[in-house]
Design a protein around this ligand. Structure first.
Ligand code: ATP
Length: 205
């Protein structure tokens, strides 16, 4: 069974692309949602988070205190690396279990959506990665429209922290152009057909 990643900058259209693949019957693993679930529910990860960042990481009801954790890692690259070093392997292990279940269920291919694909080691578990790309100005306009709570400056700050599109494209095996010029559905259909029929693409190192 093929395991394919989907990545792209903020507002590039990852979630939109995943919706299309889901509609075609492909199982999709959402790494960001799953990471949040694991931080709340995986006992080993909870213990590791408490040991690393203190018991205050969880509130009196045992819920993850996200604002507290965000404040701890904000502007602290060592703490952020430590957090990612705990969460990413837990997500990787969880994805492996999920993917095995999909294979047992007869899936031909599965997708893993992750904003941080090349920034983490996530791509190493996969047979290929799709980069979803759109010009920065288009992405900015989309996110401003989608997320009224975010300012232009906040979105630009997130973009500045992300790997540039050119680097994602260079490292990906497949590219989906979501700039509004090329229709997305035919591009997704073409990849779907390819994944159903192809042998594994070599992963770049
Ligand atoms: P994030 O990184 O923030 O999770 P994303 O890469 O998952 O973003 P989406 O949420 O899929 O991006 O798309 C961003 C916004 O742009 C959404 O409101 C979506 O409906 C819209 N959008 C995506 N693709 C297109 C398109 N081709 N034409 C018009 N709107 C689009």
């Amino acid at each position: 069974m093929l395991k394919i990643g989907i990545t792209g900058g903020i507002g590039s259209g990852k979630t939109t692309v995943c919706r299309l693949f889901r509609a075609l019957g492909a199982p999709v693993y959402d790494a960001d949602t799953r990471a949040r679930w694991l931080m709340e529910n995986n006992p080993a990860l909870r213990n590791a988070l408490s040991s690393a960042f203190g018991a205050d990481v969880f509130d009196a009801n045992g819920r993850l205190d996200r604002p507290y954790l965000a404040a701890v890692v904000f502007g602290n690259s060592t703490a952020l690396a430590q957090l990612n070093g705990l969460v990413h392997p837990a997500v990787g292990a969880d994805f492996a279990i999920w993917a095995a279940a999909q294979a047992a269920n007869g899936a031909t291919y599965v997708l893993k959506e992750a904003a941080l694909m090349f920034e983490s080691d996530s791509w190493r578990q996969l047979d290929g990665v799709i980069a979803v790309t759109a010009p920065a100005a288009v992405r900015l306009a989309r996110v401003l429209h989608r997320d009224p709570h975010r300012s232009l400056q906040q979105i630009e700050a997130i973009m500045a922290q992300q790997l540039p599109d050119a680097e994602k494209i260079a490292r990906a095996q497949y590219v989906l152009h979501n700039d509004g010029g090329e229709l997305l559905i035919p591009q997704v259909l073409a990849l779907h057909t390819r994944f159903l029929n192809t042998t594994l693409a070599p992963v770049k190192t």
